[in-house]
Design a protein around this ligand. Structure first.
Ligand SMILES: Cc1cc2nc3c(=O)[nH]c(=O)nc-3n(C[C@H](O)[C@H](O)[C@H](O)COP(=O)(O)OP(=O)(O)OC[C@H]3O[C@@H](n4cnc5c(N)ncnc54)[C@H](O)[C@@H]3O)c2cc1C
Length: 603
């Protein structure tokens, strides 16, 4: 088993692993080995400056005369992955580093837009559920006050035949009409019997669904819903990515619940979740970026990578600057990276990866939040009476996600499309955020998508025809979901090592393309672990062992552990952490400022 690590392992690790239990050695020895090898690599004194210290690179040495700026580690992208890498390098205070982003703010796909009317929208439903203490430490350091966060209990349903079936659907078939209950139980019994004699693994996601949930649940919910989410048929997806993500029904409990007419309890890893009180999900990443030194961050034109020259180990930027690097951590989509490198072999390989586009649609509504909506968080829609697969009641996450009640806004139109009053009136307001997927296998009528979505909200009784729409939002994110296709692993196992041989670490949601480790916490840790690997050869657990990471709380690495061997001032034995500079205003999608009220002003 240890052999599978050898590709990414330094000598120390492979020796240790040969003689001891792998998992124990990874968990128990990681912090000590990190300390020891960092100390050995960098000596006792260390002050970080650009190009202060060269780290060894596999094939080339940076020629400092070839570039305007030279660093040991260059990070492309200030989404969670890039920020994880930067945070770790900043903490280690060893190799010199610099971080770039083509956008004017940090956050990437975990950003938040604000409409001109003052409604906030994330890139679809983003909630924090963390598998890592280090991740928690970093976001808590960035947003340290109690009132920076709200904690919510997940209240989630599936819309089916006009009913709200509690999530997860497959555990709550007791809520379905009788004929559907019979279909589902029938399929569950068949699948349980077949599972007893099956001696092969399911060959794809579709077979996995059939084996786990049976024909009835597959036809009613799993197949149509997953096609709506992924924009590819379930027969084209593999099933290794699933791990903890899909609830497997227990036939005895399901049958008992049907007979007793009971609802199954809260399931899964995100049964409770927290959400930032202000500035949406994007506020977290702006605050994390604010904990890093200003002179090591470049945004906009000054941070836009136009070319990567792997031979010369330089990166060209849109403002004409060239940056020489020892190691490159790239978090842009790996197919885009291949294009920037101009290497035909890599471009062709990366074309074997599949992705879907995510459309995010927001609807701001005047009025008290209706009873039918209540405190619902997010809702799933498997049927074809609406284009969206998920709706989030974004106004339920924070009272700062929409304008305050006293704000006066005109009505754009009523939900049924008829003209409303153009006179600006006060709120209160509430909002819905919708997600629609698109791919070459699932085209979308983009031009009419907003209109069709609002009609879908009426069809599913989320909106009444006479509801006053005061704000709308529609933005599409070309790379939204990295699809776990049957071909994915074959491509990644060739592509990522080829890049790494050139000292390029492609990591992140689309950098390393593994959906199962593509959430914010995973992405952040992909960056942290890439930095650790570069500095001292530590194993990248998240990249290489998703199941291991996803089935435990990863608490070994902590932010308060000091890996800084320079004599920095300490408070109560731990290193002084940088203070947070909160953005006092927010730039909106169209460039206007959005002022924020303090928590005391909002009820
Ligand atoms: C619809 C949807 C729902 C999600 N829901 C959740 C959720 O509930 N919980 C959760 O934890 N996560 C969720 N995620 C995942 C989360 O958004 C990702 O984990 C995270 O944003 C990925 O971070 P990243 O840094 O790998 O990539 P990105 O966020 O994509 O960051 C890459 C960065 O690289 C920059 N870049 C690209 N090209 C260049 C260039 N040429 N030059 C310079 N910079 C460049 C981009 O501007 C960007 O900032 C969701 C994502 C989506 C799309």
């Amino acid at each position: 088993m240890c052999d599978s690590f050898s590709e990414f392992q330094p000598v120390t690790w492979s020796r240790i692993c040969r003689t001891s239990n792998l998992i124990n050695c990874l968990i128990l020895a990681l912090p000590r080995l990190l300390l020891a090898s960092i100390a050995a690599s960098f000596g006792a004194s260390s002050t970080s400056s650009l190009s202060s210290r060269k780290i060894s690179s596999r094939n080339h040495h940076v020629d400092p005369t070839m570039a305007d700026i030279n660093v040991d580690v260059l990070i492309i992208g200030m989404g969670p992955t890039g920020l994880g890498a930067a945070k770790r390098l900043n903490q280690i205070d060893g190799p010199s580093w610099l971080i770039l982003d083509s956008s004017e703010k940090a956050g990437g796909l975990a950003s938040t837009d604000v409409t001109p009317e003052g409604f906030l929208y994330d890139v679809g439903g983003h909630v924090i559920f963390s598998h890592y203490k280090y991740f928690d430490d970093c976001i808590d350091e960035a947003l340290p006050k109690e009132d920076d966060w709200f904690t919510h209990q997940r209240i989630s349903y599936v819309r089916y035949k006009g009913l709200w079936v509690p999530y997860p659907f497959q555990n709550n078939i007791s809520m379905l009409p009788k004929e559907d209950q019979v279909k589902c139980i029938d399929g569950l019994i068949d699948s349980a019997l077949e599972c007893r004699v099956a001696n092969t693994k399911p060959k794809d996601f579709d077979e996995w669904i059939l084996r786990m949930t049976g024909q009835g649940v597959a036809d009613i919910f799993m197949r149509p819903y997953n096609y709506k989410v992924w924009a590819v048929p379930t027969t084209k997806m593999q099933c290794q990515w699933l791990g903890e993500r899909v609830a497997a029904p227990d036939i005895k409990t399901v049958t008992k619940n049907v007979i007793l007419n009971k609802v199954a309890g809260n399931w899964g890893p995100n049964a409770t979740f927290r959400f930032p009180a202000r500035d949406g999900t994007g506020g977290i990443w702006i605050a994390v970026a604010d904990t890093l030194p200003k002179e090591k961050k470049r945004f906009g034109k000054q941070g836009t990578v136009t070319k990567v020259d792997a031979e010369k180990k330089t990166v060209s930027l849109a403002d004409g600057t060239t940056i020489g690097y020892g190691k490159l951590i790239s978090t842009m989509a790996v197919d885009h990276l291949a294009e920037k490198m101009g290497k035909q072999e890599l471009i062709s390989l990366s074309k074997g990866l599949f992705y879907s586009t995510t459309h995010v649609i927001g609807v701001g509504v005047r009025g008290e939040r209706p009873e039918r909506i209540g405190d619902k968080c997010w809702l799933y829609f498997p049927e074809d009476n609406c284009p969206f697969y998920r709706a989030t009641i974004f106004s339920n996450y924070s009272p700062y996600n929409q304008p305050q009640a006293g704000e006066k806004l005109p009505t754009l139109y009523l939900a049924d499309g008829t003209k409303g009053s153009s006179e600006a009136k006060e709120g209160p307001y509430w909002s819905i955020m919708l997600e629609v997927s698109e791919s070459s296998m699932k085209p979308v009528d983009v031009e009419n998508l907003l209109k069709d979505s609002i009609q879908g909200l009426i069809n599913t009784e989320m909106l009444k025809p006479e509801d006053e729409v005061v704000s709308t939002y529609h933005r599409s994110f070309d790379h939204g979901y990295p699809t776990p296709t049957l071909e994915r692993e074959g491509v990644l196992k060739e592509l990522l090592p080829k890049l790494q041989d050139m000292d390029i670490y492609s990591r992140g949601r689309f950098g390393s393309w593994r959906y199962e480790v593509g959430n914010q916490d995973h992405s952040f840790m992909l960056g942290v672990e890439a930095a650790d690997h570069i500095v001292n050869g530590a194993v990248e657990l998240t990249l290489n062992y998703p199941d291991f990471i996803n089935t435990r709380q990863n608490g070994e690495r902590r932010l308060a552990q000091s890996y800084n061997f320079s004599k920095k001032p300490e408070v109560n034995g731990s290193a002084v952490l940088p203070t947070r500079e909160r953005a006092s205003s927010k730039v909106t999608a169209n460039g206007t400022a959005h002022s924020r009220k303090s928590s005391k002003q909002v009820k």
